[in-house]
Design a binder for this molecule. Structure first.
Ligand code: SF4
Length: 338
């Protein structure tokens, strides 16, 4: 099976992530280093994963077809790990269903070459992220309002066509950087782009974005007057929450955005945003409804608009959170039309 070094590395990372290893990128001084023999065997295992991934769709289709329609062995379809040069050996007949291995055992296709168990440090539960206050010292000077658009543009240029974390390879269409005023007193932080945001390149434009617009308007503001960004700038597949390595890799950019805009108040939308901003794994309930602080700004945690769409009964509680923000910023709700 011939694969490029990039494909081998990708398969290796996929394999480790399947095994529950998430912090490959995060540690400046790793506390656990893979022994050479383990690393070699994992690389061999990753190549087998690549081979199985390439062959699986064709094998499944053949297994599902009646015997009379069974095709002759053919080259596997080109996929992420398809062979580029090596001839493809004839495909073996489908095996009878195997008994599922006990949780923690190597998958059956590793056979006798199953890799040894990972060191406990690498299969440990998700580590606690650093808070945004721990990541870097607070800036000693404010960026003048006139310079903020250029500073944000320079940061966007620094991000470029980013491949710093696995979300770069998860089917994104656009890096979703920000929206709103670089001089905003109020900043909203969500967890990551969804499908609409990924396609448009603008945060909070889908149904949840429409509800966020309504919340902003109810506070007596326009969307153009606030600043909106996310913990991660690329869409996590299937709208899942960003994983540790993704969030902690991308947070360097959100941190700089906050330091450039220097809002008076930050509203964290949902548990994931609050957890990564504050460096904890606390529940939303324990964090919302009261003033906290992050990077020199007052922080209010409230429900994510997507959650409010699923549970509209919580809108009243979210409104109480936003009323505290309004009081802090001296905002009045817009006058009702007669
Ligand atoms: S999520 Fe952030 S760190 Fe990851 S690829 Fe996108 S821009 Fe880069």
């Amino acid at each position: 099976m011939a694969t490029s070094p990039e494909q081998q590395l990708r398969a290796y990372v996929d394999y480790l992530r399947d095994m529950g290893v998430y912090d490959l990128y995060a540690r400046e001084a790793p506390t656990a280093v893979l022994p050479e023999d383990v690393r070699t065997r994992l690389l061999e295992a990753a190549s087998k994963v690549a081979a199985v991934k390439s062959a699986a769709p064709a094998t499944a289709a053949r297994a599902a077809a009646p015997a009379a329609q069974q095709p002759r062995p053919v080259q596997p379809a080109a996929g992420a790990f398809a062979a580029r040069t090596a001839p493809t050996p004839p495909v073996a007949a489908p095996r009878p269903p195997a008994t599922a291995p006990p949780r923690g055992d190597a998958p059956a296709f590793f056979g006798d070459d199953a890799p040894p168990p990972l060191p406990p440090e690498l299969s440990a539960p998700m580590p606690k992220p650093k808070s945004f206050d721990e990541l870097a010292p607070l800036p000693t000077q404010r960026v003048p309002a006139a310079d903020r658009p250029a500073a944000l543009a320079a940061l966007r240029a620094e991000i470029g066509d980013c491949t710093r974390c696995p979300l770069a390879y998860a089917g994104r269409h656009n890096i979703v950087f920000d929206d709103g005023s670089p001089s905003a007193r109020l900043m909203f932080v969500g967890e990551g782009p969804g499908q609409d945001e990924d396609l448009s390149g603008v945060p909070f434009v889908g149904k949840a974005g429409q509800l966020l617009n309504n919340m902003i308007n109810a506070m007596g503001l326009k969307r153009e007057e606030v600043y909106i960004a996310n913990i991660v700038k690329c869409r996590p597949p299937n709208n899942r929450a960003p994983e540790f390595v993704e969030a902690t890799t991308c947070s360097q950019f959100l941190l700089k955005q906050i330091d450039i805009v220097q809002p008076q108040v930050i509203v964290a939308l949902g548990k994931t945003a609050a957890n990564y901003l504050r460096g904890n794994n606390d529940s939303l309930t324990s964090q919302r409804g009261r003033w906290l602080a992050i990077r020199g700004a007052k922080l209010m945690v409230t429900f994510h608009p997507a959650y409010l769409l699923r549970d509209p009964a919580k809108k009243g509680e979210a409104w109480k959170d936003l009323q505290q923000v309004m009081a802090e910023l001296g905002l009045q709700p817009p006058a009702r039309k007669a």
